[in-house]
Design a protein around this ligand. Sequence first.
Ligand code: GLP
Length: 274
Amino acid sequence: MEIVIQPTYEDMSRLAAQQIATLVRNKPSCVLGLATGSTPIGVYQELIRMHRDEGLDFSKVTTFNLDEYYGLAATHPQSYSYFMNEELFSHINIPAEQIHVPSGVATDIDAFCSWYEGEILKAGGIDLQLVGIGRDGHIAFNEPGSSLQSRTRMKTLTRETVEDNARFFSDVSEVPRYAITMGVGTIMDAREIVMVANGKNKASVIVEALEGPVTSQVTASVLQMHPHVVCYLEKQAASKLTNREYYQWVFENKPGTEVPAPAPKTTRKKKNRR
Ligand code: GLP
């Protein structure tokens, strides 16, 4: 796991977007897993900028979103489908048929969830999954206690999540109590995972997730078991990490950027006399 601490939200967002853009350039038909919440907005703004100013091409990219509120249609302004259109899709050149967001109005939920998992497989699996983190340590809507092998399914949101997300609704009573979410196992199948976290209110849960034990009580902690994870943290979100100086040191001394060590002195080997 690589932990990259940045001084500002903008710096954090730019680095995460650069990692995504590098994949899109190297593999134009890549499969991206995308996230909602306020944290990834800066990443999306930077991707939009790169599309506009640098011609970053999304025409062959396929996307799968992590989750959707159950009970909200895609046209509902608080639905994650609506959010993604507003914050990213309507600003880039991705064809609509390559975009997947879980349905919030599926009637046969099990059938829908199996179909969603099947579509991910048919697309070749997710190359890079972007995730944020909830204050209770959830990734997507995998609330505490979610199986670390879970697949796409319906989950009941915690009171804390409902209250946290109430800021996007006119009243807390309007926040859906359920969501359709990729499972922890679905997320862990992605070939690369990029996490973004911002702000002081994430500092405690970031310590639990990145330096604490792997536990279903903090589903983000399972990322410690994934071989290719980069966590981009704004400095306040990273402020309680015990080893933050080391993470900084690793970032500053990335292989390839190090000053070459002086060549060893050539001394003649002493003969081993008996
Ligand atoms: C929701 C989403 C998560 C997101 C979390 C944090 O619960 N389902 O995917 O990580 O919010 O949101 P924010 O980035 O606004 O703190």
